[in-house]
Design a protein around this ligand. Structure first.
Ligand SMILES: [Zn+2]
Length: 270
């Protein structure tokens, strides 16, 4: 980080005339530009504790910086609120464990951006999010924690085959929805904004969780008589292709399907 510390600026006082605001720093030699090595923590709404880069081999003690007189630093910090390495936000960051669930929460959040809609009630829409999800995590985080009979059956299956379509897990309002709440953590289904608008997962509607290895086929025409037909050979060109198929092997994936709707903040939401 090479941010300037504080740029003293002239501010008109409320009274008449001008005066300098010398609020920071006090009683210390002040080089023209100080560069910040690291922001260590947030002290309060407007102040952070920083570690300074040594200047000319000389080290400086950690000290507070007022963000009101360093808008450059404030803007830079604010862009990184979701970065777990930026310590200034440690107390404000919601980390979701384990990481597979964090990734799912991230995708759900991204699909709850329905902040402005033309209708007053907000229209609802069905959304599916898909992400890589290991079999062991699917077993541990979903099959073992949901008390739906199909989950018990699937747990006994070795190897576990695709749970798509008819084999997808259907989560309905009521008890299993509460189990899902416990799996995904607090406020997983509500994205709040700085107004009282909220975009929410509609928990009165079915949520579908499916898992498996999606089939991804590739067809080779390398040895296909039709595609390699030689005009000079005198043979008739085959009507149809003869291919060999390969299957692309990748990560197992979880798909999560829900309905969302824009609404207003209510007690119980974050
Ligand atoms: Zn062919």
């Amino acid at each position: 980080m090479s941010l300037r510390r504080s740029q003293r600026e002239r501010r008109p006082s409320r009274k008449e005339g001008f005066q300098y605001d010398w609020s920071l720093p006090r009683g210390r030699p002040t080089p023209k530009s100080w560069s910040i090595l690291e922001v260590l923590k947030r002290i309060d709404q407007d102040r952070v504790l920083v570690r300074w880069n040594p200047t000319n081999g000389r080290e400086w003690p950690d000290s507070p910086v007022d963000l009101r007189i360093n808008p450059e630093l404030r803007a830079r910090l604010e862009k990184n609120g979701s970065n777990p390495k930026v310590k200034a936000f440690k107390d404000q960051q919601m980390a979701i464990e384990p990481r597979e669930l964090g990734a799912l929460r991230q995708l759900i959040y991204d699909n709850l951006g329905n902040r402005y809609t033309p209708s007053k009630e907000g229209h609802s829409r069905r959304v599916t999010v898909t992400l890589p999800f290991p079999e062991s995590s699917f077993r541990r985080l979903f099959l073992q924690k949901l008390s739906i009979p199909i989950c018990q059956e699937l747990l006994e299956e070795q190897p576990l085959e695709n749970c798509f379509g008819q084999r997808a897990i259907s989560i309905l309002p009521g008890e299993t929805m509460e189990e899902l709440d416990a799996i995904l953590g607090e406020s997983w289904g509500d994205r709040t904004f700085n107004t009282n608008t909220v975009c929410s997962v509609i928990k009165e509607e079915e949520i579908l969780v499916s898992w498996g290895y999606k089939k991804r086929e590739l067809f080779s025409h390398k040895n296909c008589p039709r595609c390699n037909w030689d005009k000079e050979s005198g043979e008739r060109r085959p009507e149809a292709c003869t291919t060999t198929v390969s299957y692309l092997v990748g990560e197992a994936e979880l798909s999560f399907t829900f309905s969302r709707r824009r609404g207003l903040w209510e007690p119980g939401m974050m």
